[in-house]
Design a protein around this ligand. Structure first.
Ligand code: UGA
Length: 457
């Protein structure tokens, strides 16, 4: 526990050490639980999945997140963090209950709120007194209101519902949680506002208090904006390939304009993960529900799908089709520093290669490849060198640090053909050319790659 955090829990005259329950032991739940415990609160993390809780208790976290395992262990040993499957035994004693269960996309694009409502129903059964309930799960606009109505449906029940959307990213979750740009809180009472001010006191960022609906909307609007920025830069990158411009220079030039900013201007294979695709779909579904034209976001999703197809097209164009060709895929996770493959562009790209008759050998340093190899029809490799051996082409789909440091000379010597389709722009084009590769990054015309090599030799 840091000095700042010791102060946080001992100053101010109010009861600073809270008893916090967190339901959902996924990314958001585990990170929140670990950090709040680290700040000195007494935290119990609840998940109905007994196997998951058993694994966590044995020190085997279900998610790969830098720094999380150490933080969980440290706080468990200090007695500030517990894991259980039983909400009813602890819910009655809590100062604050945070709901952080998953809200995956249903077939119609709306989020599936089954897990959230299961928690809310059990809460109503097991808590009779006062309780502040903060919803951290990403939920459709109107959910806090509906939950509050349901929980307070009986005379005597006093549940104070708070919208507490989370903005952390997988892979940098703890750092993001500890230094966010802002914390958004949607609440209706002064008591809830004070409690959340108390909870987030260790953070130096602005706390923005809004109504429920605005807080819920901010989360969707933020993710849809990021998705839009990525589809935008990918579209510009595709143009750059045709007109002879270099997307890295173009992105730099755009990003220096403070009205635009440099973040989320990295072109590539399109966005994946459990949030950006799902939340953009949810905005589209919302537009349909309310009769608002949200075709902008439909287009963002379409551009995103096409971007995956472009990688396969680039392969096919250079190899004369992928039928019978062996393609080495480096990286399966939807981005670096996570083992998550939900909506991972890599899995979609592998499927397209296999459907076109190619054979895929894949490697990822963190993803459990054995559990995916049959469904996605690829052969797992023990490392990048094994993956590229005898390959007709290498496709780079995740920006793992490990891939930056590969011995390119060795990679070149192991491949049957020296074609590298880089979906993450990991390497300097001139260096790849010097190593004898036919290098195809995103947003840089092949002519430029060749000229860069010629001018730097
Ligand atoms: C995203 C948001 O960034 C978080 O603020 C939010 O809290 C989270 O969703 C959520 O709703 O829970 P995350 O899904 O972890 O976080 O991933 P990002 O780092 O945003 O990346 C999403 C995808 O966009 C990845 O596939 C990444 O490779 C891609 N990306 C990102 C690009 O292609 N280019 C970029 O410039 C940035």
């Amino acid at each position: 526990m840091s000095k700042m955090n010791e102060q946080h829990i001992t100053t101010g005259g109010m009861k600073m050490r809270m008893k916090i329950g967190i339901v959902g032991a996924g990314y958001v739940g585990l990170v929140s639980a670990a950090v709040f415990a680290d700040w000195g609160h007494d935290v119990v993390c609840v998940d109905h999945d007994a196997e998951k809780i058993g694994r966590i208790r044995a020190g085997d976290l279900p998610v790969y997140e830098p720094g999380l395992a150490d933080m969980v262990e440290r706080n468990r040993q200090a007695g500030r963090l517990r894991f259980t499957t039983d909400l009813s035994r602890t819910a009655g004693e809590l100062d604050l209950l945070i709901i952080a269960v998953g809200t995956p996309a249903a077939d119609d694009g709306h989020p599936d709120l089954t897990a959230l409502w299961n928690v809310v129903h059990s809460l109503k059964q097991c808590v009779k007194g006062d309780l502040t309930v903060a919803i951290k799960s990403t939920v459709p606009i109107g959910t806090c209101q509906a939950v509050s109505r349901f929980l307070n449906g009986h005379p005597g029940s006093r549940f104070d519902v708070v919208a507490a959307p989370e903005f952390l990213r997988q892979g940098t979750a703890i750092a993001d949680f500890l230094s966010p740009d802002r914390v958004v809180i949607g609440c209706r009472t002064e008591a809830a506002k004070r409690k959340m001010q108390q909870l987030f006191a260790p953070l130096a960022c602005p706390l923005l208090f809004t109504d429920w609906q605005s807080a819920e909307m901010i989360k969707y609007a933020a993710n849809a904006f990021l998705a839009m920025k990525i589809s935008y830069i990918n579209t510009i990158a595709n143009l750059c390939e045709q007109v002879g411009a270099d997307i890295q220079q173009v992105a730099l030039g755009i990003g220096l304009d403070r009205r635009i900013g440099p973040a989320y201007l990295q072109p590539g294979i399109g966005f994946g993960g459990s949030c950006l695709p799902k939340d953009t779909q949810a905005i589209v579904a919302l537009g349909k529900d309310y009769g608002v034209d949200v075709s902008l976001f439909r287009e963002v999703l379409r551009v995103n799908r096409e971007q995956r197809g472009r990688i396969v097209q680039k392969l096919a164009d250079r190899l004369g089709g992928v039928q019978g060709k062996t393609i080495a895929v480096l990286g399966l996770a939807f981005k670096a520093n996570t083992n998550d493959v939900r909506e991972a562009p890599a899995l979609d790209i592998i499927t397209r290669i296999v459907q076109a008759g190619g054979e895929v050998v894949a490697y990822d340093p963190a993803v459990n490849m054995e559990s995916l190899k049959n469904d996605f029809c690829f052969t797992p490799a023990a490392d990048a060198y094994q993956a590229v051996t005898g390959a007709d082409a290498v496709v780079i789909l995740t920006e793992w640090e490990e891939f930056h440091g590969l011995d390119l000379q060795q990679i070149r010597s192991l491949m049957r053909h020296p074609l590298v389709i880089d979906g993450r722009n990991l390497y300097a084009p001139h260096m790849m050319k010097q190593h004898g590769f036919h290098y195809v990054p995103v947003g840089v015309p092949e002519q430029e790659v060749a000229e860069a090599a010629a001018t730097t030799v």
